[in-house]
Design a protein around this ligand. Sequence first.
Ligand code: 3PG
Length: 305
Amino acid sequence: MKVLVATEKPFAAAAVNGIKAEVEAAGNELVLLEKYTEKAQLLDAVKDADAMIIRSDKVDAEVLDAAKQLKIVVRAGAGYDNIDLAAATAHQVVAENTPGQNSNAVAELVFGMLVMAVRGFYNGKSGSELFGKKLGILAFGNVGRNVARIAKGFGMDVYAYDAFCPAEVIEQAGVHAVANQDALFETCDVVSLHIPATPETKQSINYALVNKLKKGGVLVNTARKEVINEPELLKLMAEREDLKYVTDIMPEADAEFRKFEGRYFSTPKKMGAQTAEANINAGIAAAKQINAFFKDGCTKFQVNK
Ligand code: 3PG
């Protein structure tokens, strides 16, 4: 069987070698499509693939139509908003993710960007410290939990809200649970976003919510650009010169945000999971999940049930 790795943003070489070893150990063939620039290349590559490993690559109805042999697509990573789940189900394709495999890498980048923000983007002037500051974590999944762990090392006072995680679970992790996201923004100096992009969360980070942040507040986004209401955040940053926004997902309105020099930073390309360790963990997990699916019909990580 053919296992296609289709990654517009490639895995580290060590991860590709590990995936290849897993795929071949199961008697299958690995086909690589890396750094593709046109959708036509993906449509061509999926034609005879039985399984596919992707990252943020878009798998929509057109891709699924072209993938006549495809039985399973695994998103090597957490967020699967790039897969049209209804279309996958209609095509009888199992869609999976690899939860937790790249979450430490994303959590570490939160602090890379956060230190930079509170130190004035290294402008030579006096900045501030994270020690003793209140950090709010919006969504307490795998990334949020790693952020909490690292924040404690910085001596931060950590708060979290998650609509789907009971307060007791948050408290057991030594984190203050708050009642809702308004309370999180009202309480904290810094809020780090870890919500997925869903119909409910899209554009939910808006003027009214971010305006609740304390003076000198910092918003950190390593989640998805779609959760931000960009026109409203732009309006707020124009009104509040104390606010900073650092993001690992370049906004649509990047050029407009750039006007807030010294208060805004975006990575040019999503870098959160772009470490050798995360690539190896997520890539090999994806290959193992495909092997388990073909061997035993295992669909433990299916997201289009
Ligand atoms: C994820 O959802 O796992 C992260 O956003 C990483 O995405 P990437 O594989 O495109 O870097």
